[in-house]
Ligand binder design. Structure first.
Ligand SMILES: C[S@@+](CC[C@H](N)C(=O)[O-])C[C@H]1O[C@@H](n2cnc3c(N)ncnc32)[C@H](O)[C@@H]1O
Length: 229
């Protein structure tokens, strides 16, 4: 079984997701106590898909995040670099367009999307600052970036949440996941991930205007946005 580490080698990350592909969505729902569905609804309202938008959902995995964005007259490109996740997605959602793509070197032309969005993917990218610059490049002028990612909870609740990440999540993952080690990587990578304000500053440094964020579920997840001015 493959477990990525915090060096986030692309080969190890994609292999790890190849191995969890078939049970990925079910495990996600269970480990998040079904909050993942609420987070996806909020993401949709932030992206606000409407015709004739062209949306890139990078790190789309099995396509569940992309399905949440479908709307009449909207084109959603579901891109990922795990062949296992893409294969599972194609089986599950034949109505979606799946593309093999690395977030750090996107196979798309400059200025080709109205919105670039990424759900639970940026934390796994070897150099997220390189990916943010790629997102800026492929966005049209006035295009928007919307990132949904695990983040940080402060205070007493934060201590409780970190206890859950270290002690409960790995045990539950052992019971429900096809690759429990992938979920110890999940805990480690969440704890090592930049705080809300730091990621907002990274988005600004990649060239975006009006970078901002909002917390969901006390900051367990944060939605970051940026505008290509
Ligand atoms: C936790 S899953 C999220 C999938 C989906 N967005 C969702 O919300 O269910 C993370 C995905 O990020 C993908 N990923 C990680 N690094 C990537 C990269 N550099 N380029 C493209 N995809 C990447 C993995 O292959 C995996 O499918």
């Amino acid at each position: 079984m493959t477990k990525a580490d915090l060096s986030k080698s692309p080969a190890a990350v994609s292999a790890m997701f190849d191995e969890v592909a078939s049970a990925y969505d079910r495990t996600n729902d269970l480990l998040s106590f079904y909050q993942s569905r609420l987070w996806r609804r909020v993401l949709r309202s932030e992206v606000a898909p409407k015709a004739p938008m062209r949306i890139l959902d990078i790190a789309a995995g099995t396509g569940t995040s992309s399905m949440a964005l479908l709307a009449e007259g909207v084109e959603v490109v579901a891109a990922d670099f795990s062949k296992g996740m893409l294969a599972e997605g194609k089986k599950r959602y034949p109505q979606l367009e799946f593309v093999f793509a690395d977030a750090m070197k996107l196979p798309f032309e400059d200025a080709s999307f109205d919105v670039v969005t990424m759900s639970f993917g940026l934390r796994n990218v070897a150099d997220h600052k390189v990916a943010l610059k790629e997102f800026y490049r492929v966005l049209k002028p006035t295009g928007r970036l919307v990132i949904c990612e695990f983040s940080h909870v402060s205070g007493v609740l934060g201590r409780l949440y970190r206890w859950y990440l270290r002690n409960v999540l790995p045990v539950v993952a052992k019971l429900v996941s096809s690759n429990p080690q992938a979920y110890s990587y999940l805990s480690e990578s969440i704890e090592a991930w930049p705080k809300q304000q730091e990621l907002r500053d990274d988005i600004s440094a990649a060239g975006f205007d009006s970078a901002s964020y909002r917390n969901l579920t006390f900051g367990i997840v944060a939605i970051h946005r940026g505008l290509k001015g």
